[in-house]
Ligand binder design. Structure first.
Ligand code: SAM
Length: 306
């Protein structure tokens, strides 16, 4: 199995890891995604999942992009992601606009519109509901406790394994389904003419049901050495939903390597990129801690002229 990577710019280092037994490949690439992505083969990635730097945040650690420059900064990267993603693939973008001068910034909305012009389908918006947010007091708003998880696709016919993310039906079912009325046993159309209808008896005997598009997850993360790591549950949920074993996942803003560790746990291959050498090094250490072997022979490090 070959890496879907053509060659790496001379000033960049590529850390390639193998899991020969499981037949998966891992590549951690150092540099700016805008250029590094050009080394990844077209139509080779099954899922892109990432959390890029949000506008004007974390300037001290890895630089912040101004809200008014964000769309121009991101669009060349989006174009490369579109090229490397398979037609059946999915792109999940974790992002949230902040408040500037008392108003929510609109750069995420502008980005969605621009990406649609670029040819992406904006298929869905999942919400990450941060269930363990601390309370707080602000003069004109309440604590922000959710983030966007935007789903983009190249085609309407993308791979999706809905059964992989089923959830327990919940305790409500025990009482609700134990005493059904006559109406519960037929399709009951809503009285408000909304067109919504349900047959409650359809749920009898079911233990697992499909989830909603709201993911209620704790913000806690297993890695305290990166200021903006997302919890492992986020990549885990989307990797299960949108990929199969041995598929290839890409995170172009890898940070502390969360996506790659989860990909490895779920028996998928993964490519990650980050611009900060310390973060690349951190991922490398985390991967060797779980026993991945460095592949010194994979010497595709010839310079690329951009
Ligand atoms: C929000 S963090 C990602 C955190 C990651 N999801 C995790 O769990 O650790 C964004 C990352 O993007 C990296 N970054 C910023 N600009 C970049 C660029 N142009 N190319 C590649 N990586 C970049 C930062 O160094 C940072 O680690």
């Amino acid at each position: 199995m070959a890496y879907p990577i053509k060659s790496i710019n001379a000033y960049n280092r590529a850390i390639m890891l193998d899991n020969e037994r499981k037949k998966n490949k891992y590549a951690v690439l150092l540099g700016d995604s805008k250029s590094i992505l050009q080394n990844i083969s077209s139509d080779s990635v099954d899922l892109v999942i990432t959390s890029p730097p949000y506008s004007d945040q974390r300037k001290q650690t890895y630089g912040g992009i101004k809200a008014e420059e964000y769309v121009d900064w991101f669009m060349p990267i989006a174009s490369e992601l579109q090229r490397v993603l398979k037609p059946t693939g999915t792109f999940i973008l974790n992002i949230k606009e902040k408040v500037i001068n008392g108003e929510r910034s609109t750069y995420v909305i502008e980005l969605i519109l621009e990406m649609r012009k670029q040819g992406w389908l904006w298929t869905e918006e999942f919400i990450w509901n941060k269930k363990n947010c601390y309370p707080g007091k602000w003069p004109n708003r309440f604590r922000d406790s959710w983030e966007r998880l935007l789903q983009f696709n190249k085609s309407r016919h993308f791979y999706m394994d809905q059964d992989a993310v089923k959830v327990p039906i919940g305790d409500w079912a025990k009482t609700r389904l134990s005493n059904l009325s006559d109406t519960d046993r037929i399709r009951d159309n809503a009285k408000n003419n909304s067109g919504f209808g349900k047959n409650v008896s359809n749920w009898i005997g079911r233990e697992m049901v499909y989830p909603t598009n709201v993911l209620t997850l704790a913000t806690e993360c297993y890695n305290k050495n990166h200021s903006a790591a997302f919890p492992q549950d986020i990549p885990e949920w989307f990797i299960k939903l949108f990929t199969k074993e041995h598929d290839t996942i890409l995170d172009p803003f890898l940070g502390s390597g969360t996506t790659m560790l989860v990909a490895e746990k779920l028996n998928r291959s993964c490519i990650g990129i980050d611009i900060v050498p310390e973060y690349v090094e951190m991922t490398k250490e985390r991967l060797s801690d779980i026993g991945l072997i460095y592949n010194e022979e994979e010497g595709c490090y010839e310079p690329v002229i951009y």
